[in-house]
Ligand binder design. Structure first.
Ligand SMILES: [Zn+2]
Ligand SMILES: [Zn+2]
Length: 270
C-alpha cells in the first residue's frame, strides 16, 4: 500500500450504480468504468473564457454565450465534463438526493483535469495561492445539510496541493433561487451578495484564487465572487467546475443546467 492509498482509500463500490470496483482502481475515484464511460468529457476545442466545448460549427475562440455578453470578470474557467447524462445525474444525486460523499469523486476528477493543464514543455501549472468556493445561502445549507461547493473545493484543493481558504467569501444577503432566473436577472440578483470573510480581509490583496464549483451555468456567480475578490486587491481569479453546459446559439435554447428539487420531483427517479 502506498501513501496515496492511505490518504485517499480506494472505494469498493461504484457510487452511481453500486457495482463492485476493480482493485486496481484509481485512489479517490469511486466510479466504475462503465459509469465513467457515460460521461462526456470536455476535450478538443474549448471556449477561451468559460471552458465549455465549442460546437463544431462555431469557428470563434469564444462560445456563443461568452460572445454575446459583456466580458466576464473572472479570468478563465475550466470544466471536466458536459452537463448531460451521467455527469448531470451525479450532480443531481449529490445535491438533491443527499449524497455529499459524491463530492470526493467529483473533486478527484477536477484535480486530474487541473493537473492535465500543466505546460507540456515545463510541466508547470498555473499558480494559485488559494482555492475558494462561492458560499451557499444559510437557508439553502440548512435545507440541504451540506454545501457541495465547499466540499468540492476542499477535496479538490487537497488533491491539487493548493491551500483551501474556507470562508474566503461570505453571503451578505439571501438571493432568490437562481435556477428560475435568466442571465441578466441572475447578475442583478447577485449584485453585492458576497463579501470577504474575516480571515481574508487582510490576506486577499495580491493573491491568485481558483474558485471551485459543481456546475458552470452563466458564470454570474463566478463573476460576483471575482468582483468581490478583485475589489479586495486579488491578482487573479479563475474557476474550475465539474460540469458545464453546451455551446448553443441562444442562451434561451440551452436546457436548464441547474434543476430545482421541484423539477427533479416532477421528473421522477432516474
Ligand atoms: Zn457504476
Ligand atoms: Zn464561453
Amino acid at each position: 500500500m502506498n501513501l496515496l492509498d492511505l490518504i485517499f482509500p480506494k472505494a469498493l463500490y461504484c457510487i452511481s450504480c453500486g457495482r463492485p470496483l476493480p482493485p486496481q482502481g484509481v485512489a479517490g475515484i469511486a466510479l466504475c468504468g462503465r459509469c465513467a464511460g457515460e460521461i462526456v468529457w470536455v476535450r478538443g476545442r474549448r471556449c477561451a473564457k468559460c471552458g465549455r466545448p465549442l460546437a463544431d460549427e462555431n469557428p470563434a475562440p469564444l462560445c456563443r454565450d461568452c460572445a454575446s455578453r459583456a466580458e466576464h470578470i473572472f479570468g478563465r474557467a475550466t470544466a471536466c465534463a458536459l452537463y448531460a447524462g451521467r455527469a448531470a445525474e451525479l450532480i443531481r444525486d449529490m445535491k438533491y438526493r443527499g449524497k455529499p460523499y459524491y463530492a470526493e469523486t467529483l473533486a478527484a476528477f477536477m484535480a486530474a483535469r487541473h493537473l492535465a493543464d500543466a505546460d507540456p514543455g515545463t510541466g508547470e501549472l498555473p499558480y494559485y495561492d488559494f482555492v475558494a468556493a462561492a458560499p451557499m445561502s444559510a437557508k439553502k445549507k440548512a435545507m440541504r445539510g451540506f454545501d457541495q461547493a465547499a466540499l468540492l473545493a476542499r477535496g479538490f484543493a487537497r488533491r491539487a496541493g493548493i491551500p483551501y481558504a474556507a470562508d474566503a467569501l461570505v453571503r451578505t444577503h439571501e438571493t432568490d433561487v437562481m435556477s428560475s432566473l435568466s442571465g441578466d436577472n441572475r447578475r442583478q440578483n447577485l449584485r453585492g451578495a458576497f463579501a470577504l470573510g474575516c480571515d481574508m480581509i487582510k490576506t486577499a490583496a495580491g493573491k491568485r484564487f481558483l474558485l471551485a464549483d459543481d456546475v458552470y451555468t452563466t458564470g454570474s456567480t463566478a463573476d460576483a465572487c471575482a468582483e468581490t475578490l478583485f475589489d479586495a486587491g486579488a491578482a487573479g481569479v479563475d474557476v474550475i467546475v465539474f460540469a458545464t453546459g453546451a455551446d448553443v446559439r441562444h442562451a434561451e435554447d440551452r436546457p436548464a443546467v441547474v434543476e430545482s428539487p421541484s423539477q427533479l420531483r416532477a421528473k421522477g427517479p432516474t
